[in-house]
Write a protein that binds this ligand. Structure first.
Ligand code: F6P
Length: 324
């Protein structure tokens, strides 16, 4: 394989706090190893349009603490077609880019995995999503910051809930997974955590509410947006009908979970993964994701991380129930 001298980096899918720390690490570790590093703006959309800029150490100065992504991101339907990926490949060739590092989630890695096979160009994935739903890694960049954002918001909701003796259904992000709901629920001392991975949770909730109805203390029920009942609003409606005596409110946390200055954990994880992506290219890796398992950097084939499902930690879910 020809020696790699020029590499591209892009951010794709939903943005996540810590993406900038990863960009900074890729640029500075890449320059340290003698690479020319190019920023591909707006994800695969920018790759197709040739929206590509050279990145320098100076350009990534002062970004480690910034949420979001200086390269911007986008979801790109055109990249899902061969014609779109061919246009993207032609632009990479035009800039002389010989390998690409993509920071994103499973959707972004699916496209990368296909493009590596079609055009024999190395793609190295860095897991960047607040959902933490990627197979092969304990943590994705942004997850820890999102947990802290949820905890801070729910602690505030707890103040007003306890003042009024109310029940709050609080919906958190996570796509079809319950990773955000589970750990933030434990951290907030939630009285209920509804996740897509567990069936029959409504019965448990009804039993809890029937028992607590007499106490009139506040309750926080965290609901993962992908929950089987469809989220906090439909669940609150069902419960309101069945327990008319309860004082119920709902809060959808939404996109505040995607913003904010990344936590120290996310900054260090992103820095480690960014540097590990450069090492992977030096090691002639072609189609892998950089993961972290038991605090060690691992390589996971992209084909596996996009295909295999990451299981929720059911011991943690059981702990949450015990601690209510
Ligand atoms: O994948 C990250 C995520 O925040 C999910 O948790 C959420 O369901 C989705 O992105 C929201 O997508 P958008 O920002 O396009 O509304």
């Amino acid at each position: 394989m020809e020696e790699i001298k020029k590499i591209g980096i892009l951010t794709s899918g939903g943005d996540a706090p810590g993406m900038n720390a990863a960009i900074r690490a890729v640029v500075r570790a890449g320059i340290h190893e003698g690479f020319d590093v190019f920023g591909i703006r707006r994800g695969y959309m920018g790759m197709i349009e040739g929206d590509i800029i050279p990145l320098t150490s100076q350009l990534v100065s002062g970004i480690i603490q910034k949420g979001g992504t200086i390269l911007q991101t986008a979801r790109c339907k055109e990249f899902m077609s061969y014609e779109g990926r061919k246009k993207a490949y032609d632009e990479l060739v035009r800039f002389g880019i010989q390998a690409v590092i993509v920071i994103g989630g499973d959707g972004s890695f699916t496209g990368a995995s296909i493009m590596t096979k079609e055009f024999d160009i190395p793609f190295i994935g860095i897991p960047g999503t607040i959902d933490n739903d990627l197979f092969g890694t304990d943590y994705t960049i942004g997850y820890d910051t999102a947990l802290n954002t949820v905890v801070e918001a729910v602690d505030k909701i707890r103040d007003t809930a306890s003042s009024h003796g109310r029940i709050f259904f609080v919906e958190v992000m996570g796509k079809e997974a319950g990773f955000v709901a589970l750990r933030s629920g434990i951290a907030c001392g939630a009285e209920g955590i509804l996740v897509p991975e567990e069936k029959g949770q409504m019965e448990k909730l009804r039993k809890y509410l029937a028992e607590r109805a007499r106490s009139k203390k506040s309750s926080i029920i965290l609901v993962a947006e992908g929950d089987e009942e469809g989220g906090a609003i439909p669940i609150a409606r069902i419960i309101r009908n069945e327990f008319p005596e309860l004082d119920i409110r709902t809060t959808i946390l939404g996109h505040i979970q995607r913003g904010g200055s990344p936590s120290a954990f996310d900054r260090v994880t992103a820095s480690r993964m960014g540097a590990a992506a450069i090492d992977a290219l030096l090691d002639d890796q072609k189609s892998i994701m950089i993961g972290m398992v038991n605090n060690e950097i691992v390589h996971v084939p992209l084909s596996k991380t996009v295909k295999l499902h990451k299981d929720l930690d059911f011991d943690l879910l059981k702990l949450a129930e015990i601690l209510i």
